[in-house]
Design a protein around this ligand. Structure first.
Ligand SMILES: Cc1cc2nc3c(=O)[nH]c(=O)nc-3n(C[C@H](O)[C@H](O)[C@H](O)COP(=O)(O)OP(=O)(O)OC[C@H]3O[C@@H](n4cnc5c(N)ncnc54)[C@H](O)[C@@H]3O)c2cc1C
Length: 431
């Protein structure tokens, strides 16, 4: 059996998976359709449970240097009044013992220390760049840009000698790459998922989202690191992205509006959402509309092909659960493939990956992220009563400062699957 792995997609999920595999001396090829890493305003906030995965891959120190922590969040009315707030407090232990070069840098190798981590705020393209740079020095790694995957062929299904061939198209013409396993980490519109015939269950929301990056002094008006604006018409997230004063303002818009109509409405939306005197003085640096979805692949595995990240599941971005879940997929899949290809687990470990990660999405991420969005605009009655009628906000309001701090960590602990339990107990038998 070939021992190499092909990963389709150089998004943060594919790259993190590749880094973990390469650190375990497994040969890995990444095939990316674009000529370089995508640079659209998407993920910026990662929850502590996913930050632990960055520590396991030995890149957290660098991520911290380039990002911020995002400690204080709140839910506000459109006039700026705070409905409820929480802050990450308590002791933080974030130590990485990195070995440079090919070594594994894993300050929290067992992944059990996520309670000790803070949120991380960092643009996902910066995260991708950090991982890409780290991959450059590692043996057996190829990252090939401009290669669009158009075909996936499974050979000798079920046999130990089986393999998968991936066909790409590029300016070099058609090329073939053979691997023991292929991972589709190629985003929400995943070609791999379509090519292996997996159904894309769920729905698209009737609203759309406009994500913008803007320089504006929200700090001056008492805005916290992340501010959810609850309002039936002007619901939004206003969150600090960089230390030099760039903020992400993402707001909801009716689904029927065209690209041009959305663009035209941007100054009106800012006028409604921003504190401070008018006319507003701001510098808009990025503007991008997105459809928003709650969707999940019917299975995360078909034969030797596995799905991870947005290719496997999509949720609306309120609450930072999308890439957070994707990074946790990457961690669990890395553990599973390493055990499988180093001969310490049978092929069944990959079924466990597929079933457990799918269950996490269906049971935790999907309902939690949907509630995060609906809380902003679909509440009953007046926004002033939201803090008393919404169970989650009630909890936030009644908790002590320390309890809130723990909630920010423990409320999302269920997103992680520790594959070690399955390796040791369920499928330790090697074929
Ligand atoms: C506005 C917005 C804000 C968000 N904010 C957050 C947040 O704060 N926190 C959070 O956790 N999540 C957030 N998300 C979600 C997050 O952006 C995604 O979960 C994340 O991008 C998924 O990473 P990925 O690597 O799985 O896929 P992607 O980042 O989509 O990468 C997939 C890659 O595959 C490539 N590809 C596609 N097809 C092919 C093919 N046929 N052949 C080769 N390559 C291919 C693509 O070019 C792309 O580079 C947000 C999303 C949006 C839209």
């Amino acid at each position: 059996m070939a021992s190499s792995i092909v990963i389709v997609g150089a998004g943060p999920v594919g790259l993190l998976l590749a880094l973990r595999l390469a650190q375990s001396s497994l040969p890995v090829t990444i095939l990316e359709a674009l000529p370089e890493i995508a640079n659209s305003p998407r993920a910026m906030a990662y929850l502590p449970v996913a930050v632990a995965e960055l520590a396991r891959a030995g890149i957290l120190d660098e991520c911290r240097r380039r990002g911020t922590a995002g400690r204080k969040i709140c839910w506000r009315r459109l006039d700026g009044g705070v409905i409820a707030e929480m802050e990450r407090v308590g002791v933080v232990r974030e130590k990485e013992e990195e070995k440079e070069g090919e070594g594994e840098g894993e300050g929290d190798r067992d992944g059990q220390g996520e309670a000790e981590y803070e949120n991380l705020v960092l643009g996902q393209q910066v995260l991708a760049e950090i991982i890409l740079k780290r991959l450059e020095g590692l043996k057996g790694v190829r990252v090939l840009f401009g290669k669009k995957v158009v075909e996936v062929l499974q050979r000798g299904e079920g046999s130990a000698e089986g393999s998968v061939v991936v066909v790409t198209q590029s300016s070099d013409g058609e090329e073939r790459f053979e691997a023991a396993y292929v991972v589709g980490a190629d985003g929400g519109r995943s070609s791999v998922r379509k090519l292996i015939g997996v159904e894309w269950e769920g729905f698209t929301w009737p609203e759309q989202l406009v994500a913008t990056n803007v320089y504006y002094p929200f700090d001056k008006y008492g805005y916290y690191d992340a501010n959810f604006i609850c309002d039936k018409d002007h619901w939004a997230l206003i969150a600090k992205v960089t230390k030099d004063g760039m903020w992400r303002v993402s707001y909801g818009e009716p689904g029927h509006l065209s690209y041009d109509e959305l663009k035209q409405r941007q100054p009106m939306k800012y006028n409604a959402l921003f504190p401070g005197p008018k006319p507003l003085d701001y510098t808009l640096t990025m503007w991008s509309p997105y459809k928003i979805h709650q969707r999940c692949a019917a299975t995360f595995r078909v034969g030797r092909v596995l799905l991870a990240g947005d290719a496997a599941h999509l949720c609306n971005p309120f609450g930072g659960l999308g890439l957070t879940s994707g990074l946790l997929d990457a961690g669990a899949l890395a553990d599973s493939l390493i055990a499988r290809l180093h001969g310490t687990a049978s092929d069944a470990i990959l079924d466990v990956y597929a079933a457990t990660r799918r269950a996490v999405f269906k049971d935790v991420v999907d309902p939690m992220s949907a509630a995060n969005k609906l809380r902003l605009h679909a509440y009953d009655g007046d926004v002033d009563s939201l803090g008393d009628s919404d169970g989650f906000l009630q909890l936030v309001k009644s908790a002590t400062r320390e309890e809130k701090g723990r909630m920010m960590v423990e409320g999302v602990r269920g997103l992680r699957v520790d594959m070690r339990g399955f390796l040791e107990e369920a499928v330790a038998g090697v074929e």
